[in-house]
Design a protein around this ligand. Sequence first.
Ligand code: BTN
Length: 251
Amino acid sequence: MSDSAAANLGGKLGAIVPAGFRLIALDAVGSTNEEALRLAAEGTAAGTVVWAREQTKGRGRRGRVWESPPGNLYCSLVLRPRRSNPAQVSFVAAVALANAIAALTPDQSVQIKWPNDVLLGNRKVAGILLEGMDGAVVLGTGVNVAQAPEGAASIAGAGGVGDIETVLHRYLTEFSQWYRRWEQAGFDSIREAWLTRATGLGREIEVRLPTETVPGTFAGLDAEGVLLLDTDRGVRRIAAGDVYVLDRSAA
Ligand code: BTN
């Protein structure tokens, strides 16, 4: 943790996060997920948010690196879900994040690519990495606010409004509403909201798995968030992989 770490005990930092969250703001850290996992192991309360201006070892899904220069949002939220399928939190987060980004980028298309990439104008603008340990889960989120790697989108690049603090505040506000819905009513309403923003639904897609690439029609999600792919050999259920929409013009 950097020397300028500051726990949020109210005041200026308090305005960045909605009620119910506790903010730990850092100038720089290896990975906010790593830091949040460490705090979770020490018993930190659910609702603790680790936010860093930059990361030196930002990590993405499937062992990838998440480039984390200053200017974008990097945060990790500690949760202790009461429901039996904590992996569904990544769908809750994707819906919340897509709504927050849509509010900041009027007139732009904001979609979700399974399982939880947020797309702005068909290019990735944000990613989610859920990691867990001993009943706690850490929800890591990276949003391209001011800049984007090649081929990706940023909020500023799309003419959107809002600095990092605004994006964080909106995201957490949306997240607390959707999380409460999930905890009280289950996955169905999350699934429905997720599907309304899904890219490639009903279209030809390709799912890249570690050892094979499977083409088919994106038929939907099951009750657990598993992707249903209609293939030549019947419906295949896919729990993890990378989706590529093939008939993009029609998506
Ligand atoms: C993805 O591959 O799409 C997921 C990217 C998740 C990046 C965020 S940035 C904040 C948090 N800390 C990390 O090291 N990773 C996540």
